[in-house]
Design a protein around this ligand. Structure first.
Ligand SMILES: *Cc1c(COP(=O)(O)O)cnc(C)c1O
Length: 414
């Protein structure tokens, strides 16, 4: 057991579990998507903590790679970008009567407006004698945010009246697609037609538009006729595919997040051993179980039994229920012989366990977890919880992250 003693540390410094975010992948994805969108501009959508990747490092990387705009759902998310010193144009589009429109106007944040927000925005502008910048949103078929076509003329007229008063400028008209991830569906054409009509109405009424925009990631990739002046790209900048039948690699994108931990326990059990709550999995024969210290508190969906965990060059499906903090893989009857661990010869204890990453070298990808959980890649990455530290690699200027520290040292996490 000499090697155990040799490897026992007085003080552990490497993260026990981490979402490693490759900023160079994000940078390359932005470049690829900019090429696809050009001459339209690219808005990097960094809502929801940049889909779980960490908003400030991602936003900085996106801007450095040429994204001309940033987009968030909430004004509070947009304010975070300003606090981080990012002064590119930012649009926020999902508001409630509790939204801090005053701060948004003060910080020069562009505001999406579906109707009721208009007077709140105008009041905020009046109070600080600073004109607001708004993008009127038309619902072309998604049935979520946005003005109906029936209310559009009135909304445009009201906005132009405020514009004439000097309280705001209508700088954009935008909409959002419902089925762009299914390129064969006809509704996208119908939405585009309505969008063109809504834009024409706004321009005829006196709007001098800087940006007309409707394309999300799937439309950016599959519908050049939807690019207009700008595309709003979220999923693609994180290197993930919005299409069920195309991988990241096929789209020329690199997944930026790798979720990994280390095997927390490795033990031999006899046939008939039940595994995890409910004992829904029972070992068929003598085998070796590996304990993976990630669970639903870390954002791994509880329903995702069967999702892959890659250890020592092989993927093992999770067996039994995923618990709050942990889950189990079955390394098989000859499991021990696969491992020449530094910690314990013939044991997977301490081995790196990857749940998903960039898929290179046959490693697992986030889409396998999405399939196991009956959801989308969007949801899996976005829900990785704050209990999992984000570690940044591939940052600018020869450092391993915006903090300039190697990723595996304390303080390397932003
Ligand atoms: C989230 C969002 C996007 C980005 O969508 P992706 O499919 O991730 O590219 C674009 N526009 C709006 C209005 C959104 O809410």
């Amino acid at each position: 057991m000499k090697s155990i003693a040799a490897s026992v540390q007085a003080r552990a410094v490497s993260p026990e579990r981490q979402a490693i975010i490759d900023l160079s992948a994000i940078s390359k994805n932005i470049t690829a998507l900019r090429d696809i969108a050009a001459p339209a501009k690219l808005m990097a959508v960094v809502k929801a903590d940049a889909y779980g990747h960490g908003v400030v490092p991602v936003a900085r990387t996106a801007v450095a790679a040429g994204a001309q705009w940033l987009g968030t759902a909430h004004v509070s998310e947009a304010l975070t970008l300003r606090e981080a010193g990012l002064h590119v144009p930012v649009l926020a589009w999902l508001h409630t009567p509790s939204t801090d429109f005053f701060a948004a106007v003060a910080q020069g944040i562009d505001l999406g407006c579906s109707g009721w927000e208009l007077e709140h925005i105008a009041a905020a502008a009046r109070a600080q004698e600073r004109p607001a910048r708004i993008h009127l949103k038309i619902d072309t078929g998604l049935g979520r945010n946005g003005s109906t076509m029936a209310d559009w003329d009135a909304l445009v007229a009201e906005a132009i009246a405020y514009q004439d008063e000097g309280l705001l400028r209508v700088v954009g008209v935008f909409s959002h697609f419902a089925v762009a991830d299914e390129p064969h569906r006809p509704e996208t054409d119908e939405q585009l037609q309505l969008f063109r009509e809504a834009v024409a109405i706004a321009e005829d009424a006196g709007a001098d538009l800087e940006v007309r925009h409707i394309a999300n990631t799937p439309a950016t990739l599959s519908r050049p006729d939807s690019h207009f002046d700008m595309v709003r790209v979220g999923l693609g900048i994180y290197g993930l595919s919005p299409f069920a039948d195309q991988t990241s690699a096929q789209l020329g994108l690199i997944p930026a997040m790798t979720l990994q931990t280390r095997v927390a326990l490795c033990k031999d059990v006899p046939a008939g051993q039940g595994v995890s709550y409910g004992l829904g999995y029972v070992t068929a024969g003598a085998t070796t179980l590996g304990l993976i210290p990630l669970g639903y508190a870390d954002g791994i969906p509880r329903i995702a039994t069967g999702g892959p965990v890659h250890v020592n060059g092989r993927s093992y499906p999770v067996v039994g229920r995923i618990a709050m903090d942990q889950m189990v893989i079955d390394l098989g009857p000859d499991g021990r012989s696969h491992f020449a661990s530094a910690e314990v010869p013939g044991s997977a204890l301490g081995a790196t366990a990857v749940l998903f990453g960039d898929g290179a070298d046959g490693g697992p990808v986030v889409e396998q977890w999405a399939a196991a959980a009956g959801t989308l890649n969007y949801e899996v990455v976005t829900r990785i919880s704050p209990r999992v530290p984000r570690t940044y690699v591939g940052g600018p200027a020869g450092t391993n992250g915006p903090g300039g520290r190697p990723a595996n040292e304390p303080g390397g996490q932003l």
